[in-house]
Design a protein around this ligand. Structure first.
Ligand code: TRP
Length: 326
């Protein structure tokens, strides 16, 4: 089947091996989109520099994220997967876009305000410019569809405003990119309270050792209103039951058994761990295989960056001509 002539683009932070929340919230969506759209996925290492100041760590996490994306289903024959810094033209475009972006637009970005609190001792300039680089990512290949989580809504709105600002000054150049929000709900962490996230230490590491997955799942907070196993369970209020809804085809039956107190929280956790371990077994194997063959990962990423060269060269030629740099 031929693909629709629509270009999709998304960026993902090189935060190391993804957890369950990353897969359900974003990666599954990328894998689905590669079937129908011309899809470009970028591991955004320049963006990561705003928080990671450790070269060895950044290099390792970038490679881990690449291996994981491939292991979880991104197919380099169906999509383009590359590392942001391998196409440095994005920095040249970012600079030009900075000159059409009022400072007030970036200062009011909610993620900037959050980061200022999160890393109060490291409010570097990159944090402020972050969304302009993100706009450059998307506009460089003139992507029109951007699959992201809801947390990226403000960034996408800013990308649209920046495209509009450039077009107003220099004539129609960039499409205004549309966010496509993932339908999956926010995946809560093992604390049952906050969004699953590496920095909160509440993740289920799907590509990790089965013993680690078991430990993380068995340590999860479940139904806090059920002190005794003989009390009826409340699957709606239990994060482990909610995760079954996302990964178990027979979750309704499991929930019924919980309500009837036929099963207990530990049973639900054991089953969840077993199912996650089994479901991700092929991906885990492929992930470890790839990590042992770094040149294979490098080849795939090198191909991705090379494939983009003619596209970005054409955009930069047009942009430079319009602004007077050529
Ligand atoms: N800011 C995004 C995040 O934190 C990552 C990102 C960078 C991105 N560039 C992008 C997402 C371009 C979509 C499109 O998840």
């Amino acid at each position: 089947m031929s693909k629709q002539p629509i270009r999709a683009y998304s960026g993902i932070q090189p935060s190391g091996a993804p957890h369950l929340g990353n897969d359900l919230g974003a990666i599954r969506n990328y894998v689905a989109l590669q079937e129908n759209y011309e899809s470009i996925y970028c591991i955004v290492d320049y963006h990561a520099l705003t928080s990671v100041h450790d070269g060895e760590k950044l290099r390792r996490q970038t490679r881990e994220m690449a291996a994981a994306l491939i292991a979880l289903g991104l197919d380099p024959n169906k999509c383009t997967l590359f590392v942001q810094s391998h196409r440095p033209e994005v920095q040249e475009l970012a600079w030009i876009l900075m000159t059409v972006t009022p400072v007030s637009w970036v200062e009011r970005t909610p993620t900037y305000k959050e980061k200022k609190l999160q890393q109060a001792d490291d409010i570097n300039h990159g944090l402020l410019t972050y969304p302009i680089l993100q706009a450059a990512d998307i506009l460089l290949p003139k992507a029109s569809v951007v699959p992201v989580g809801k947390d990226q809504a403000a960034h996408l709105e800013l990308s649209r405003e920046i495209a509009r600002s450039f077009n107003n000054k220099f004539g129609d150049t960039f499409p205004e990119p549309e966010a496509v929000f993932t339908t999956s709900p926010v995946v809560l962490g093992t604390d049952g309270e906050k969004k699953m996230s590496k920095s909160l230490g509440n993740t289920i590491d799907i590509l990790g050792d089965p013993a680690v997955i078991t430990k993380q799942v068995m340590g999860s907070v479940t139904d806090t209103k059920r002190p005794l196993k003989s009390d009826p369970g409340h699957p709606e209020a239990c994060n482990v039951c909610q995760l079954h809804k996302l990964v178990s085809a027979n979750y309704e039956e499991l929930w019924q058994n919980e309500r009837a107190a036929l099963t207990g929280c530990a049973d639900m956790k054991r089953l969840l761990a077993e199912r996650l371990i089994a479901h991700y077994a092929p991906a885990r194997e492929r992930y470890n295989e790839l990590l042992a063959l770094p040149h294979e990962i490098d080849n795939i990423l090198g191909d991705g960056a090379a494939r983009l060269l003619p596209i970005v060269t054409e955009t930069m030629r047009e942009v430079k001509e319009k602004v007077g740099l050529a």
